[in-house]
Design a protein around this ligand. Structure first.
Ligand code: AMP
Ligand code: GLY
Length: 424
């Protein structure tokens, strides 16, 4: 089998790392990949990212299956382009990807199908948005309708902050078209979890649960980021809660999309807020795996991923079961100086140890220049430790993090704190 993985982040490195372990694999290509995929002896990194060029490549190379990591090519219709050429690809069509690419689409969809989520309204008119904020009061959440690479959500604790956020999006146009419409929604308190499943059009196969750390700094302080660390499983998702999320959120979403005439295929990621009574609500949908959640999830997956992908594109996900490493996997993100606002590039990275059975370093914003590995993006590495307890997984991750050096490296020291408070 030949598989093409589209993307350049830690998520794609982890997917490719897992695929290439399969006995059934001939070649795993990663496009455009990163320093980690380029240095991997068995992965082939190719400098392509345009969806049409990728489809041509898939035809020439006789790629059996393409797996798409990030949301941008999905929202641009890469799945539609591949399918028009009868190429097998796992991901949602452009129409289905609206669950992620338009917050207004997702909210209206959830309301129509009675899927639990925060109360909201959508605005493109500035004064109406300000009036709604005054009516509802703070805390309140302002979200740009379109894709904004993690910069489109402001959780406003004060009215001033909320008014400032709508000015930034609707009046100053700071986020361009993505912020030309805003969703203003009720603030939800609780604990977040990432609930990711695979959908083949009709069957749903849940992956292991996980939990991300969105804020830059320890104690969940500082600005929101793409994610500074994640672990799997997430102890807050008990078997009872898992069943409830499947029944109340995931199944109605897949069925609702079908009822609306849009068959969903691909990874479906529900970002959940679980209140102190244990009730889940949907904060957002993503139509892809999470980053960094994928890194600990892939580290725990025991089932052959090539076989899973084959079932996913053939519509037979109901015929397999996934097997997971019982250990906890914990990923700690090492980010570049200046992340998230203005990440610095070009710092030399040293000290990454070889992979062991209890620690793997996945690359994201790295590249190889003149034989040296250097930083090339905001989130640089994700170091995943595995251990029989949350504490051991954490220890294994941080022991490696401390061996790695690049100037200005930023990382949180408390990844896993919620799970540690639950299980000792
Ligand atoms: P989103 O991209 O919609 O997941 O939002 C990014 C982050 O903002 C989430 O992971 C939450 O931490 C936070 N957030 C989003 N919506 C809400 C909400 N309604 N109430 C509280 N926090 C929220
Ligand atoms: N880690 C959050 C996301 O991938 O959206």
């Amino acid at each position: 089998m030949k598989i093409l993985v589209v993307g350049s982040g830690g998520r794609e490195h982890a997917i490719a790392w897992k695929l290439v372990q399969s006995e059934r694999i001939q070649t795993v290509f990663v496009a455009p990949g990163n320093g980690g995929t380029a240095l991997h002896p068995h992965l082939k990194t190719i400098p392509l990212s345009n969806p049409h060029a990728l489809a041509e490549f898939a035809i020439q190379e006789k790629i059996d299956i393409t797996v798409v990591g990030p949301e941008v090519p999905l929202a641009a219709g890469i799945v539609n382009i591949f399918r028009a050429k009868e190429l097998k690809i796992f991901g949602p069509t452009k129409e289905a990807a609206q669950l992620e690419s338009s917050k207004d689409f997702a909210k209206a969809f959830m309301q129509r199908h009675a899927i639990p989520t925060a109360e909201y309204q959508t605005f493109s008119d500035l004064s109406a948005a300000h009036a709604y904020i005054d009516l509802k009061g703070a805390p309140i959440v302002i979200k740009a309708d379109g894709l904004a690479a993690g910069k489109g959500v402001v959780v406003a604790m004060s009215l001033d902050e909320a008014h400032g956020a709508v000015d930034m999006m609707l009046s100053d146009n700071s986020l361009g078209d993505a912020g030309a419409r805003v969703v203003i929604e009720e603030f939800l308190a609780g604990e977040e979890a990432s609930f990711i499943v695979m959908v083949d059009g009709k069957n749903i196969l849940p992956l292991a649960t996980s939990q991300d750390h969105k804020r830059l700094l320890d104690d969940d302080l500082g600005p929101n980021t793409g994610g500074m660390g994640a672990y799997s499983p997430a102890p807050i998702v008990t078997p009872q809660l898992h069943a409830r999320v499947m029944r109340e959120i995931i199944q109605p979403t897949v069925q609702g999309m079908a009822k609306d005439g849009i068959v969903f295929t691909g990874f479906l990621y529900a970002g959940l807020m679980i209140d102190d009574q244990g009730n889940p609500k949907t904060l957002e949908f993503n139509c892809r795996m999470g980053d960094p959640e994928t890194q600990p999830i892939m580290a725990r997956l025991k089932t052959d991923l090539v076989t899973v992908m084959e079932h996913a594109v053939n519509g037979t996900l109901d015929t397999i079961e996934l097997e997971w490493d019982r250990r906890t996997a914990m990923g700690v993100v090492m980010a570049a100086a200046g992340y998230p606002d203005a990440p610095r590039k070009g710092d030399v990275i040293s000290g990454i140890p070889a992979e062991t059975t209890d620690c793997i370093t996945f690359h994201a914003g790295t590249t190889v220049l003149d034989g040296r590995l250097i930083t090339n993006g905001g989130r640089v590495l994700c170091v995943v430790g595995l251990g029989d307890t949350v504490k051991l997984a954490q220890k294994n991750a941080y022991e490696t993090v401390e061996k790695i050096h690049f100037d200005g490296a930023q990382y949180r020291r408390d990844i896993g704190w919620r799970a540690l408070n639950k299980k000792h």
